[in-house]
Design a protein around this ligand. Structure first.
Ligand SMILES: [Zn+2]
Length: 310
């Protein structure tokens, strides 16, 4: 069974175990006898999500909505398969993401180009299409009445142009997908550590700053990060995110004056984040911190390079 954490207000944080524990979440929201998922994880998570419904006594017919914040596959990769298992569910998508769920062939192609065919199949399996008639397109400001619970969808580019965040009036929290950065629960025993994700290919620092501000205007009590979990330190988190976006961009700009070398950039960004983690009070030995951060450092560097070159 997948690990779960009750984060209050009828919300369960489910650890999908994507590539390590406490990295990627899918949230289950229960309201008035109905249920909804925010994020789906990848295909191989679907059985685990259904098992959690069973363990909570939630009928498959009672799941009304599935809301992937954007089409990146750790968030939306299980959409088709999960929709097949939940007969009454509707899939709510950003206007730029909907077509990729209805016909996932282009999306699969694009991701295969990055990861390679074999790795793709291992990690993501076969993306199942979603019947167009079951897809709701959530334009900016779209409001969903989920059994009397108001959910508002905000267009929040910066990480990806097909990204929305979901404002949950009842909990005062916002489901932020990847817009509000990544938090590492493993590194926060003696502090609190998170940083922005600049993953390729749509990272846009200006848009990210604007989206962070937009989220902040809602004065959320907490944020539900997909990577990973609920965070309550909203104010300091926001300030640090803004600073980090500027710092990461600054490091790339500085490097680009002498011609950007990917491995140098990886070590510069890795060093920056290591120092940040230590300043935040993380007491793990530096090699352990570096090992934990390495995959995200690599992805962030790829995204920063893509941004710098376009
Ligand atoms: Zn993403």
């Amino acid at each position: 069974m997948l690990d779960t954490f009750d984060v209050g207000h009828g919300i369960t944080c489910i650890d999908t175990g994507y590539t390590r524990p406490e990295m990627t979440a899918c949230y289950l929201m229960q309201q008035g006898g109905a249920a909804a998922f925010i994020e789906t994880g990848v295909n191989r998570n679907v059985a685990g999500l259904l098992e959690i419904l069973d363990s909570k006594g939630i009928a498959r017919e009672a799941v009304n909505y599935i809301m992937p914040t954007h089409v990146h596959l750790d968030h939306a990769g299980g959409s088709g398969a999960l929709m097949n298992a939940l007969p009454n569910a509707q899939l709510i998508m950003h206007p730029r993401g909907a077509r990729h769920m209805i016909d996932p062939s282009k999306l699969a192609e694009g991701v295969k180009a990055v990861y390679g065919e074999e790795y793709f199949t291992d990690l993501f399996g076969v993306l199942m299409p979603v019947d167009e008639g079951r897809v709701i397109v959530a334009d900016d400001g779209f409001v969903l009445d989920f059994e009397g619970r108001k959910l508002e969808f905000l267009d929040t580019p910066g990480h990806a142009r097909h990204h929305y965040c979901v404002v949950d009036e009842l909990s005062g929290g916002i489901f932020t997908g990847d817009t509000m950065g990544l938090s590492y629960p493993q590194l926060r025993e003696n502090g609190y550590f998170a940083f922005p994700t600049t993953t390729p290919v749509q990272f846009d620092p200006q848009a990210m700053h604007a989206s962070i501000d937009r989220i902040t205007q809602y004065q959320p009590d907490c944020l539900y990060l997909t990577h990973f979990g609920r965070i309550d330190e909203v104010e300091s988190h926001v300030e640090q995110l803004h600073r980090d976006v500027d710092q990461l961009v600054e490091i790339v700009k500085r490097q680009s004056q002498s011609g950007i070398d990917e491995s140098e950039l990886i070590s510069a960004i890795g060093q920056y984040l290591l120092e940040r983690a230590q300043l935040a009070g993380c007491e793990l030995p530096p090699p352990d911190i570096e090992e934990l951060l390495a995959p995200d450092v690599k992805l962030n560097v790829q995204g920063l390079l893509h941004w710098a070159n376009h």
